[in-house]
Design a protein around this ligand. Structure first.
Ligand code: URA
Length: 201
């Protein structure tokens, strides 16, 4: 059994916070164990809680389209969330819930060892770049410690605010270039409020 499979097996019996009392399923995540890209959303919603899989609703359909626009499928990447259980009524995750889930996400990132961590939305962004606003940093790759973070708007944002759709699509189209640049290990030494920005963006 891979380290990631074992981790997901442990996760499904987690009772580290009160969300365990409300959930139908824990939603650990899915995709390739050795993915170069991990996408991190906010939290499972109604459909994800029922199915135990991430991004299976309308936002997930848009995420699939975005992946396809750069020639990828879910099987090529890893998709998960900051927290693994649905908050009642889809409210924002509480700081204590994010903290309780942090070791799971940290261990997932460690096991997958992706080249790029794509944060989807504000909650996921603040897990890595707590002082940045999504409107300013989306579509720009940044070193955060030993992680390369690429913030994007949450796909659901395009469902509520149609004007964001083309921004999200354009950001996604930059990802292959970010990966290519990382493979060439051609990173500038530019420091910018706690993060190091890649040369291209
Ligand atoms: N929104 C998220 O942030 N994650 C999901 O899995 C589904 C919707």
């Amino acid at each position: 059994m891979s380290a990631l499979t074992e981790l997901c097996r442990q996760m499904v019996s987690c009772h580290a916070c009160d969300l365990a009392q409300h959930r139908m399923h824990v939603v650990p995540g899915e995709g390739a164990d050795d993915a170069a890209i991990i996408f991190i959303g906010e939290a499972p919603g109604y459909n994800e809680d029922r199915e135990g899989r991430p991004f299976v609703g309308a936002a997930g359909a848009f995420l699939d389209e975005l992946l396809s626009s750069i020639g990828l499928t879910r099987q090529d990447v890893y998709i998960t969330n900051v927290i693994k259980c649905r908050p009642p009524g889809n409210r924002d995750p509480l700081p204590g819930e994010i903290g309780a889930c942090k070791p799971w996400l940290d261990r997932q990132i460690e096991a997958i060892h992706p080249k790029v961590v794509v944060t989807l939305g504000r909650v996921s962004l603040s897990r890595f770049l707590p002082n940045d606003s999504i409107g300013k940093v989306h579509g720009k790759a940044r070193h955060v410690g030993d992680i390369v973070c690429f913030p994007m708007y949450h796909p659901a944002a395009a469902l509520h605010q149609g004007s964001l759709r083309s921004t999200i699509e354009a950001d996604m189209r930059r990802l292959p270039q970010v990966l290519k640049e990382l493979e060439g290990a051609c990173v500038s030494g530019h420091q910018d409020d706690g993060g190091q920005q890649l040369t291209l963006f």
